[in-house]
Design a protein around this ligand. Structure first.
Ligand code: HEC
Length: 128
């Protein structure tokens, strides 16, 4: 019985460790976006729109940001699948976008980046 509980504790501990690590690694991946995008409670639109609460939101809907016609017409709801498709090749997914970014080809980095961005709700508050 003791061994069982011990094993359970180790399992739980390592599972939460993996999750934390992923968002943490995602923060490093995000440095590639930071020249143009902001997240967090003080986030503003820069070269690109701020990315708070991106998952579940429709493309081209951040108020006060001047999107390209291509992005406005893209009609994408950002979820993990559409975000993956886009970020690996932005101009492939949204031809004519003004986001000048070659794409993130490493799937693990994309997974980590998603974990990082998902922490921010639409107001930029960092929940879980
Ligand atoms: C060189 C500047 C630049 C970099 C680097 C960049 N972006 Fe962008 N991004 C833009 C611009 C500009 C737009 C607006 C595109 C348009 O209107 O066509 C945009 C749009 C987006 C959108 C669509 C937002 C919406 O509201 O529809 C997402 C999502 C996004 N970027 C994510 C990222 C992520 C994640 C990274 C890092 C891996 C990144 N971008 C790197 C400039 C950049």
């Amino acid at each position: 019985m003791r061994t069982f509980f011990l094993a359970l504790t180790v399992l739980t501990a390592s599972a939460s460790h993996v999750l934390a690590q992923s968002a943490e690694a995602g923060e490093r991946v995000y440095t590639q976006c930071r020249a143009c995008h902001q997240v967090g409670e003080t986030a503003r639109n820069l070269v690109g729109p701020q990315l708070n609460g991106i998952f579940g939101r429709k493309s081209g809907t951040i108020e006060g940001y001047n999107y390209s016609q291509a992005n406005k017409n893209a009609n994408i709801t950002w979820d993990e699948a559409t975000f993956r498709d886009y970020i690996v090749d932005p101009r492939g997914k949204v031809p004519g976008t003004k986001m000048v970014f070659a794409g993130l080809k490493n799937p693990q980095q994309v997974t980590d980046l998603i974990a990082y961005l998902k922490q921010f709700d639409a107001t930029g508050k960092r929940g879980q």
